[in-house]
Design a protein around this ligand. Structure first.
Ligand code: PLP
Length: 403
């Protein structure tokens, strides 16, 4: 059975071109770029070439890119750098829908005495900029707001927020892990101070990321040791992965607008078909400001995890808005913040596509999904209970359809 991989916001396959570019650095070119000898020293130039490709993808300059081990490290570094750079300021502003890489780091700082404001989102997963304006104060060391949400795909108005914060001279970090390589980003038009990205979300390997730090921004390293990355991130460079990230950025830049159209076409086809074929299905998120590859759908009165298990039997990989943690169903903090009803959160599924998905794969999901939903609504105790409540509701469209 072939795998149909529609979970690309979790991680992406390494592009074959990326792997080819990396292999020599895992085999014969294994030196250390800091070495004095040519064998190792020649790698320094390769790392700088990769840095320039990452910089180019987001319109940055070479020395504004710091390589890290992942998106999480980039996020933690940005936040820690801000609080260390402004030791008299104790307030951090973020949103309720951030990835745990930001959210849990902010919670960690809150336990250490920092004041953290978590901005709400509306039912479409969007921010209200007035909410941000109301909470900015003299004590604010950093605002950290994600570019695009990993669960809903919703894109925040980062350029607008950045302009406001620039005027107020407040440091601004954006977690662009889900956005870089999927939509155009140009830091020349986007006055953010720091921006995080991660290799494995754009067809580079896991375990490599980068932090963009605008020239002139106060910066404190998080990982302290050797002089690597101009003293801004210690540790011997992950040369092969850095080279892979450079190649992945080059590929993303080359094909970005075609890829956006392609992914949007497939995503919309899938979404429209499922909304038509599955009763009581709805989209979570702002459909006018969304990543082209992501759809988050709720199928009421079914458990998302049951859908995932059934999809898995057909070799289809997706994600659900509830994660089974220590035996209890923990609903998605993103969908909760959006005010999605309980029954819809538990029946939510995220499909996230990549350039490697085909129309035939999407057609297969379109064929299978309504069968799974129908079957689970009849079989699952959760589905049956809720379905019965629903069937007795006079407003039920479904009731009218089957009676
Ligand atoms: N930020 C966002 C929005 C993400 O989606 C992820 C990963 O899913 C991360 C940060 C963390 O990235 P990494 O897995 O490279 O640590």
């Amino acid at each position: 059975m072939n795998t149909i991989y529609l979970d690309n916001n979790a991680t992406t396959p390494v592009a074959p071109e990326v792997l080819d570019e990396m292999l020599p650095y895992l085999k014969e070119l294994y030196g250390n770029p800091s070495s004095m000898h040519t064998f190792g020293g020649q790698l320094h130039e390769k790392v700088e070439k990769a840095r320039s490709k990452v910089a180019q993808l987001i319109g940055a300059e070479l020395d504004e890119i710091i390589f890290t081990s992942c998106g999480t490290e980039s996020d933690n570094t940005a936040i820690m750098s801000a609080v260390e750079s402004f030791p008299n300021k104790r307030h951090i502003i973020t949103t309720r829908v951030e990835h745990p890489a930001v959210l849990n780091f902010c919670k960690h700082l809150a336990r250490k005495g920092f004041r953290v404001t978590y901005l709400p989102v509306n039912n479409y997963g969007q921010l209200n900029i007035d909410d941000l304006l109301k909470v900015l104060d003299e004590d604010t060391a950093l605002v950290s707001i994600m570019y695009a949400n990993n669960e809903s795909g919703v894109i925040f108005p980062i350029a607008e927020i950045a302009e406001i914060l620039k005027k107020r001279r407040i440091l601004f970090h954006t977690d662009a892990v889900q956005a870089v390589g999927k939509i155009p980003i140009d830091v020349n038009k986007l006055p953010v101070d720091m921006l995080s990205l991660s290799g494995h979300k754009l067809h580079a390997p896991k375990g490599v990321g980068a932090l963009y730090v605008r020239k002139g921004t106060r910066f404190h390293p998080y990982i302290i040791g050797g002089h690597q990355e101009r003293g801004r991130r210690a540790g011997t460079e992950n040369v092969a992965s850095i080279i892979g990230l450079g190649k992945a950025c080059e590929l993303a830049m080359k094909n970005l607008s075609d890829e956006i159209n392609y992914l949007k076409g497939l995503r919309d086809k899938l979404e429209n078909a499922l909304l038509k074929s599955c009763p009581d299905a709805s989209i979570n998120g702002d459909i006018n400001n969304r990543l082209p590859n992501t759809t988050n759908l709720s199928f009421e009165y079914v458990e998302g995890e049951a859908i995932l298990l059934r999809l898995n039997e057909y070799g289809i990989c997706a994600s659900s808005g509830s994660a089974c943690t220590s035996g209890s169903l923990e609903p998605s903090h993103v969908l909760r913040a959006m005010g999605v009803p309980f029954t819809a959160i538990h029946g939510s599924i995220r499909f996230s596509l990549s350039r490697y998905n085909t129309e035939a794969e999407i057609d297969r999901v379109i064929e299978i999904m309504p069968l799974i939903i129908k079957e689970l609504r009849l079989l699952s105790p959760f589905g049956r209970d809720k379905l019965e409540q629903f069937l007795h509701s006079p407003k039920s469209k479904f009731l009218r359809k089957i009676s």
